[in-house]
Design a protein around this ligand. Structure first.
Ligand code: FES
Length: 187
């Protein structure tokens, strides 16, 4: 299900700085656009498929320009749709996704400390406590993001790693999980 963000309507798409898609990337986008273009909800379907087929599961600026060009739309319009829905990522995600619940039940049971622990292990200290923020470690191994509620409040604080739920987490247990994953051990 698509989820919307708020406060993103004023974001402007910066001009491209000399980057270009490879011929095969451009061809893949052309194919996706042509398969969806005359269907209802075409733009969302196109953005979803392009994102899913991109390494790092995101929409590069170059891809947005290419989609706009194929559709005959303005890049700003395509970009504004991509920024409106939280399902779309505008930066490449890490190999492992840590999602920390920031709902009320988890917050009162220490989710803020979990988020800080995850970010500090990755060397990220200058973050804003914003539910829409997404942080990726410099080595591309982890992305940390938050969610409003997993619907498992009785098990708070809750987080997920690559879709697997971990309940009643502590900073220590999160730290050892991250270390295990970093060393290539199974969770
Ligand atoms: S508030 Fe965290 S699971 Fe509901």
């Amino acid at each position: 299900m698509l989820q919307t963000k708020t406060g993103t309507s004023n974001i402007k798409l910066e001009p491209l700085a000399g980057k270009a898609l490879t011929a095969s990337e451009a061809e893949a986008i052309r194919d996706i656009v042509h398969r969806h273009r005359d269907k209802p909800g075409a733009l969302l379907a196109i953005l979803e498929e392009v994102q899913q087929k991109t390494e790092g599961i995101y929409l590069a600026k170059e891809a947005i320009w290419s989609i706009a060009s194929e559709l005959g739309e303005s890049p700003s319009r395509v970009y504004s749709v991509a920024t409106f829905y939280s399902n779309f990522n505008l930066k490449a995600l890490g190999k492992h996704i840590i999602t920390v619940c920031r709902g009320t039940a988890c917050h009162t049971r220490g989710s803020q400390a979990l988020l800080q622990e995850a970010l500090s292990i990755m060397g990220i200290t200058d973050y804003a406590d914003d539910e829409e923020s997404v942080f990726t470690s410099n080595n591309g191994l982890f992305t940390v993001r938050s969610i409003a509620c997993f619907g498992q409040c009785a098990l708070a604080p809750v987080l997920s790693i690559d879709g697997k739920i971990f309940s009643r987490m502590t900073s220590q247990s999160l730290s050892s999980l991250i270390q295990s994953i970093s060393k290539g051990k199974k969770k």
